[in-house]
Design a protein around this ligand. Sequence first.
Ligand code: ARG
Length: 463
Amino acid sequence: MTNDQSNAMWGGRFAAGPDAIMEAINASISFDQRLAAQDIAGSRAHAAMLAATGILSDTDSQAIREGLLTVLSEIEGGRFAFSTALEDIHMNVEARLKEVIGEPAGRLHTARSRNDQVATDFRLWVRDQIDAALAGLEALIRALLAQAEAGADWVMPGFTHLQTAQPVTWGHHMMAYVEMFARDMGRFADARARMNECPLGAAALAGTSFPIDRQMTAAALGFDRPMANSLDAVSDRDFALEFLGAASICAMHLSRFAEELVIWSSAQFRFVVLSDRFSTGSSIMPQKKNPDAAELIRAKIGRIMGANVALMMVMKGLPLAYSKDMQEDKEQVFDAADNLMLALAAMEGMVRDMTANRPALEAAAASGFSTATDLADWLVRALGLPFREAHHVTGTLVALAERKGCDLPELTLSDMQGVHPGIRAEVFDVLGVHNSVASRVSYGGTAPDQVRAQVARWKERLG
Ligand code: ARG
């Protein structure tokens, strides 16, 4: 018999209930109620297995599984009263099950523990988030492909050090992000494959003496196999850390792109116009159209990487197997996942809606001596100069243009021949930005044909 004040789930040896502060620090129900669907799926698989192995009667198992569906519909319908005294989602569900079906509810916890239960629930939850991240990334990639296809031959400045370097194509720039986000997909997919093993049946830490069938529960929950070591199964959260690692890298990519959109949409650059749907106004400056979504995406890395660091710190130095420290895993992962999905969706919307300002891109592409490398390459190809000498001649021509206040194509032939007598009029062909990008035909280069080939390759891969 348990004391009225003590916990009905583990109150056997307790004479008194917890201090209010103990309850406050101990309870996780305020956040782990997000695991309700996974918890109930895990319990239903466990109950079915207990019957199949003869540990539980079919009648009890049936009652438990149906009762759990009732509890699930109460939770999903917002008709469930979560109790802090019942600590966490596992005990809230079980206590309600008892009210719904009575005595058989007490048999559900045979051959398992909250330790393998929470590890299973959380894996299932993270797995769902990985699938959501994969879908969000794929949608973003499709939006980028549409931009790249439309602008495969639009020229813009390519930068190094945020200084004009060489002309590139709009499509090429978009496709750079396709590559990054595709690698992010690869990281999430790798993490998913590695984490897709089932902890259920590890029980508290040592396994169980009941003749359970772990293959059966693993398969029922969509896992590839049961985890092979019960201590490991209840005590590692590396799968959540891998998710956060992949999420952090993805958030870093999103942040870089967001920063470019902030710069590009400024009055000084005017490379893109963001849609009204993804911009905000200022309450005082009527002319303002602010790239708030891009700024917020730029910032999301803060909390996502923060979650990664926080969970790593929680796990560091924990002795095997389960410790309550691990309850601190969830909020960080929930917050990181929510914000990653939001950032991906916002970025996809912005990319879909944004309009490149082609004239501004082209004008910027042609300024800042962006074809100086083309000129140097021409000196090598046409005049047989060593590249180092060609570099020097070109540098002298750039300095001359700077003194004259013009760009390279505006120098006269005699200006050029004053620096190197061998230069011929055909040099002006390579100084045009369209010729410049068209000439970059090396694999992975910025030439429109290369960009179109990459767009086609990705479209085929995505189907
Ligand atoms: N709420 C707990 C958690 O999130 C569930 C596991 C509790 N296990 C225990 N032995 N107290 O980690």
